[in-house]
Design a protein around this ligand. Structure first.
Ligand code: DHB
Ligand code: FE
Length: 280
C-alpha cells in the first residue's frame, strides 16, 4: 500500500522564484533566505518520494473571481508553469500522477469532502516556488506531483478544522492505494504577511513562532483557531497558513520527527517559514 512518509511546509514568496530565475541567489539579501533550504535540498536528495501531494493556493491565475473552487485536485498528466504577467517561470513542467489523484478524489469525495476535479491547470508561484526551494534548478522535477489547490483568496475560505480533517481523509485515501508508493504531502503559503492596505508589510514573529510550535506539537488544538485570529495576527494573506493544517492532518497520529525548522524575515514583504516533519 502507499504511505505518507513526511510532510514539508514552506512559504511560496514569488520574489524567491524571481531571485532564482534571475541568478540573484548569491546576493547577501537572498543568501540568508536560501541558506535555510540547504539542509532541505540535501534531505530531498536522500528522501525523494515517489509522489508529492502538494497543497497550495492559486492566486487568481488558473482560477479567477469567475470560478472559485474551495478544494481542487489536479488529475491531469501534466501542469505547465503559469504566466503571471512576466512570462512563465523557466522551470520544468510538473508531471502529475493521474491514477493516484483519481483514487484520492474517489476516496476523499466518498468521505464527504466535495473536491473539484481539475483536468487542465497551469500552476503559479504557489506551487513552483516551493518546488524550486526544495529541488533547486533541475532540468526536470525528480518525481510526479499532484497539485491540490485551496481557496484562500476569496472569502468564505475553509476553516482550519476542515483543512485538518481533510488531511486525515487524504491520509486514509493514500493508505488505501494499492501500490507501494512513498508519498510526501506539502503545505505551502504563509507565514505572516499582508500585501496591501494600511497594514501592508505586517510581520508577527511571535505569532509565526507559536504557529510553528503548535503545528508540530498540537495540530488538532491549532486547527480550532478561527480565521479572524489569522487575519488579525498574521495579516490578510497570513490566512494561507490554514493550508499547512491539511498536510499536518495527513501525518500519522504519533508525534512526527522534526527534521528541519527555519524562519527568516524578510523576503519581499513577508516572513518565510519552513518545516520538515518525518513520520515515525
Ligand atoms: C507575495 C505573494 C504571495 O502570494 C505570498 O504568499 C507572499 C508574498 C508577494 O507578492 O510578495
Ligand atoms: Fe501566496
Amino acid at each position: 500500500m502507499a504511505r505518507i512518509t513526511a510532510s514539508v511546509y514552506t512559504s511560496h514568496v514569488p520574489a524567491i522564484g524571481a531571485a532564482l530565475d534571475l541568478g540573484k541567489t548569491g546576493e547577501p539579501y537572498w543568501q540568508k533566505v536560501f541558506a535555510g533550504y540547504e539542509f532541505s535540498k540535501a534531505w530531498m536528495r536522500d528522501n525523494t518520494p515517489d509522489v508529492i501531494f502538494l497543497v497550495f493556493n492559486d492566486h487568481a491565475t488558473a482560477f479567477s473571481l469567475e470560478m472559485i473552487p474551495t478544494f481542487a485536485i489536479g488529475c491531469a498528466a501534466e501542469f505547465p508553469p503559469a504566466d503571471e504577467g512576466w512570462g512563465p517561470r523557466p522551470v520544468p513542467v510538473v508531471q502529475g500522477h493521474p491514477e493516484l489523484a483519481a483514487h484520492i478524489a474517489q476516496s476523499v469525495i466518498q468521505d464527504d469532502f466535495d473536491l473539484t476535479i481539475v483536468n487542465k491547470m497551469n500552476v503559479d508561484h504557489g506551487l513552483t516556488v516551493p518546488m524550486s526551494l526544495m529541488f533547486g534548478q533541475p532540468a526536470s522535477w525528480p518525481c510526479p506531483v499532484i497539485p491540490f489547490a485551496v481557496n484562500v483568496v476569496q472569502y468564505p475560505v475553509p476553516s482550519g478544522r476542515r483543512c485538518f480533517n481533510l488531511g486525515r481523509a487524504i491520509r486514509k485515501a493514500v493508505e488505501s492505494f494499492d501500490a507501494p508508493l512513498k508519498v510526501q504531502i506539502w503545505g505551502t503559503g504563509g507565514m505572516s504577511h499582508q500585501l496591501q492596505g494600511p497594514r501592508a508589510g505586517l510581520i508577527n514573529r511571535a505569532f509565526d513562532s507559536a504557529f510553528l510550535d503548535r503545528l508540530i506539537a498540537d495540530p488538532e488544538g491549532l486547527s480550532k483557531m478561527p480565521h479572524i485570529d489569522y487575519v488579525r495576527e498574521a495579516g490578510s494573506e497570513g490566512i494561507e497558513l490554514v493550508m499547512w493544517l491539511i498536510a499536518r492532518g495527513a501525518m500519522s497520529d504519533a508525534q512526527p520527527k522534526l527534521a528541519h525548522r527555519f524562519y527568516h524575515v524578510p523576503a519581499s514583504n513577508t516572513a518565510v517559514g519552513h518545516l520538515i516533519l518525518e513520520n515515525a
